[in-house]
Design a protein around this ligand. Sequence first.
Ligand code: SF4
Length: 448
Amino acid sequence: MALTGIEIYKLLPKTNCGDCGVPTCLAFAMALAAGKTELDKCPHLSEEVRTKLAEASAPPILPVVIGAGDNALKIGGETVMFRHEKRFENPPGITILVTDKMSDAEVKDRLKKINELPYERVGLTLHADLVAVKSETGDTAKFTALANKVKAGTKANIILMSEKVETLAAGVKACAERKPLLYAATKDNFEAIVKLTKESGCPLAVKAKSVEELAVLTEKLGAAGIKNIVLDSGARNVKQALQDQLIIRSAALNKKYRPLGYPTIVFPCEMTKDPMKEAIIAAMFVAKYAGIIVLSDLNGESLFPLLVARLNIYTDPQRPMTTKQGIYEINNPNENSPLMVTSNFSLTYSIVSSEIESSKVPCYLFVKDTEGLSVVTSWAAGKFNSESIGSAILKSGITDKIKHHKLIIPGYIADERDAIAEEMPGWEIIVGPKDAADITPFLKAFKP
Ligand code: SF4
């Protein structure tokens, strides 16, 4: 059970030294209880207190990592019921299903889709995340062969699904280094799957016939030392599944009920046979409150809007989306290609880069870090002025890529032209269009 701010305060050194960045231990305790700071910020805690507080300050829905290395997927870690209260933390993993009843060609097709359906949007790459490998035949050899095929065919993270623990164990052996999610512990296979989970170090899904039964199982798993848990309430009709999501989230967050404080997995693939309905159900679970969403297949026309919905719901409403500062090459530029500059508000980058792309004129676009503010707002806030633009461009390495010294600035900051020229001696500063829609004619007429 999470501790209150006062309970946390009682465990702190009470020296008010300020090393944690706030002036008093009480302020630190309150911030920790509200999830607004991290335990490690106080360097004066005994091991005993640190362990106790680590549990108390853990998010009400624990984070779970599936996979290994840079490609690992983190789900859970959620702290709020509604996005506007703070933000949703870790987007749900979109998953495609393959089974050992499918033909080689069907499996190949699905792996091709997960590998070849990523989308670029506002400077980000959107894609599905996991392959669920399901045993439908009960044949361990077939399941192992399928797990091997998936391991070799994609870098996506893996869920191994079988009712038989010995079949799961064979699957784990085939792809242990990928740290797959094991699906699923039930009341019938409990002892054996706990043993396999401990030996493999893999995360574990737990499936029950109701939310109540889930809580009983997760308490037993917790007592056995297993914390990397994903919940399946067993519901396969939309109404009950949604209701279970709400109950689980509310119990974990509002009642601080730890046995339900884990991310969930849902199966739209088992709720309808209509692909479009399946996508709509999946979109509902992106908002309410799934950690993993298993789809029967991936199709561009439904996957792209689903990924965009996920992106929108999981962006921080208090912080604008940003694009990384740097030089972006559009339409294969060369040493004579024009150089433009813009701000790093993702929407600005997206619009400007798309206009350049559709102009078909090879171009370099330098994106300046303006803390996610648009051109006009960042200029007004002093984050997109002559000094910051000049020094960022001169340090960017662009002079190794172009022969000319000409920079096109957005029309909205035309007043900065002379000041930028002063910051960049030897450069000609050209005022570009105010509106992105005018970029194409401007570039077509531009002579470097
Ligand atoms: S660093 Fe620790 S001891 Fe110092 S004020 Fe913060 S909480 Fe208190």
